[in-house]
Design a protein around this ligand. Structure first.
Ligand code: GLU
Length: 531
């Protein structure tokens, strides 16, 4: 820390440098943490924060820590911690230390570290960096009203107002002791120093300067024995030897207070990197659950079933591969350089750097998310896809040979983004059409069609072997003999087999359906379709 002086207007500011922007030294060990609060399902922005921490940790052979920040009991949601852990596992983000793994810097759940925070906040009270405040909620509300009446935006408990309030700076020591002993409720506030220009740096945002006079005296600790986020977060980052704090941009406004806390404790701050926001697909602002609901995409990695019966869809249950999801997410804000977009976890680890994380918000694109899944899907070997498709076929009561299923999957996989969409593209391989597309019937089914198809059926039935190439030759021959055009035969045949103008190549379709089934479908169509 470096301290110097500077004059701005009439005030003399103490320049306090808390810059920690030195390049990393070889021997430095990287320790990063993902520190979610268990207040509900983990937003994909949070998953991305965890992912960047993980990529960074692995890149520098460091340690990845999960710390559960559960000191705000009002916002605690049962099941959220388990949800977070399961989400990280699904994404392939492996933890080295955490609530399940344990580790030398534990416990990793803040609610189990209360004594540590109490001890630390007392140090700040002793050194004059913090003070007791006894103002009641009603008194604070009065102040807010007063401020509003005076045309001020908000009432701020700070250097300018603290001496008008009820706290250990304004009360006699005896009175403070009496209140503490009689169990009056209190908070402990940070005493933000006067006339200082605080300078610090962020690996993504660069140098930041803040005048201390503009900052408020934040609450650090409450008389229920619980610290606030700021105190617990800073104390733990120090005690857990965190080298880099990588977190969402929404925490940037807290950074001046955090660096001041490091200074107050006499600790070296870690390096900071605040990640850009994930933005809505269109318009302004942060990607929210509402955007997902409106446009039909999940904003959570896994399906969430909350304690009050509320539910939200997840990427896993929507059919995304974790590799595709993680790949898509990694590129929202980080530019790996080069053309290649499909990157495995190991490739991402190899290329990751905070220098290539942008400052600007990253727009979420649901179409691109599906594109990633499609890319991963088409690269799977067909046997794997067939195995993944099997449970859905079982559900539909469809039985089919594995080698036949593999052939079918090969024919249609380019047309789907998800395994469950394979049904939409393949059902007619397993079931005869229940109805015939009316529009197409009107357009393609002529009075002479049943006669043509019946005669074609007879030729097809005689084709040996019953394979695509031979069937194609039969049809060509038939067209010549009967002086018919392609469309007069192929369209009604497709209608008879599939019920619509959809599906893959007709001859292969016939081969896979088999002689008996093709005949049956032709016969049925000629019998049921009336013109
Ligand atoms: N508990 C905070 C959160 O829920 C952690 C912020 C940080 O990483 O410092 O995001």
């Amino acid at each position: 820390m470096a301290v110097s002086q500077k004059t701005v207007g009439n005030s003399i500011y103490l320049n306090v440098d808390l810059l920690n922007d030195q390049p990393m030294k070889e021997e430095e060990t990287v320790r990063v943490r993902f520190a979610p609060s268990p207040t509900g399902p983990l937003h994909i922005g949070g998953v991305r924060t965890a992912l960047y921490n993980y990529l960074f940790a692995r890149k520098y052979r460091g340690t990845m820590i999960l710390r559960i920040e559960d000191t705000d009991r009002n916002r605690f949601v049962p099941g959220a911690e388990e949800y977070i852990i399961e989400s990280l596992k699904w994404c392939g983000i492996q933890l080295d230390e955490g609530v399940e793994e344990g580790g030398p810097a534990g416990p990793y759940r803040q609610s189990e570290r209360r004594d540590i925070y109490r001890e630390h906040v007392m140090k700040l009270v002793e050194t004059g960096w913090a003070y007791y405040a006894f103002d009641t909620p009603e008194e604070l509300e009065d102040k807010r009203q007063e401020a509003a009446a005076a045309g001020k935006d908000i009432f701020q408990y700070d250097i300018h107002t603290r001496m008008d309030m009820c706290n250990s700076l304004t009360l006699e020591k005896k009175e403070v002791d009496r209140r503490l002993q009689s169990g009056d409720s209190f908070v402990i506030r940070f005493k933000m120093p006067e006339n200082e220009e605080i300078r610090f740096s962020d690996l993504i945002r660069g140098e930041i300067r803040v005048l201390s006079d503009t900052l408020d005296d934040k609450v650090l600790f409450k008389s229920d024995g619980m610290p606030t986020y700021h105190l617990a977060n800073v104390v733990d980052d120090h005690l857990m030897y965190i080298s880099h704090v990588i977190r969402g941009e929404e925490w940037l406004p807290s950074l001046p207070l955090h660096v001041m806390l490091y200074r107050a404790f006499g600790w070296n701050p870690p390096r900071f990197a605040h990640l850009p926001l994930l933005l809505k697909p269109t318009g302004k602002g942060k990607l929210s659950k509402r955007d997902g609901d409106k446009m039909g995409f999940p904003v959570f990695p896994l399906e969430w079933k909350g304690p009050n019966g509320e539910t939200a869809p997840g990427y896993r249950e929507s059919g995304y591969y974790p590799e595709a999801f993680v790949n898509m997410l990694a590129l929202l804000g980080w530019n790996p350089g080069g053309e290649k977009e499909l990157l495995s976890m190991d490739e991402m680890i190899g290329r990751f750097s905070l220098e290539r994380v942008g400052k600007a918000g990253a727009r979420f694109d649901p179409g691109k998310a599906r594109w990633f899944n499609h890319q991963y899907l088409i690269r799977k070997d067909p046997e794997t896809l067939a195995r993944e498709f099997r449970p859905l076929l079982d559900e539909k009561g469809v039985q089919t040979r594995f080698d036949r299923l593999v052939r079918i999957v090969v024919m249609v996989k380019d047309r789907v983004d998800f395994v469950h969409e394979l049904w939409r593209e393949t059902w007619f391989f397993f079931l005869p059409p229940q109805e015939y597309d009316e529009k197409m019937v009107k357009k393609r089914w002529k009075p002479e069609t049943p006669g043509i198809l019946t005669r074609l059926g007879e030729s097809l039935a005689k084709t040996e072997p019953f394979r695509a190439a031979e069937l194609e030759a039969t049809v060509k021959n038939f067209l010549e003999m009967e002086h018919l055009g392609m469309g007069q035969v192929m369209n009604p045949l497709r209608l008879a087999l599939v019920g619509a103008m959809a599906g893959p190549g007709l001859f292969e379709l016939c081969e896979i359906l088999g002689r008996g089934e093709v005949m049956k479908r032709i016969e049925r169509a000629c019998r049921t379709i009336s013109t």
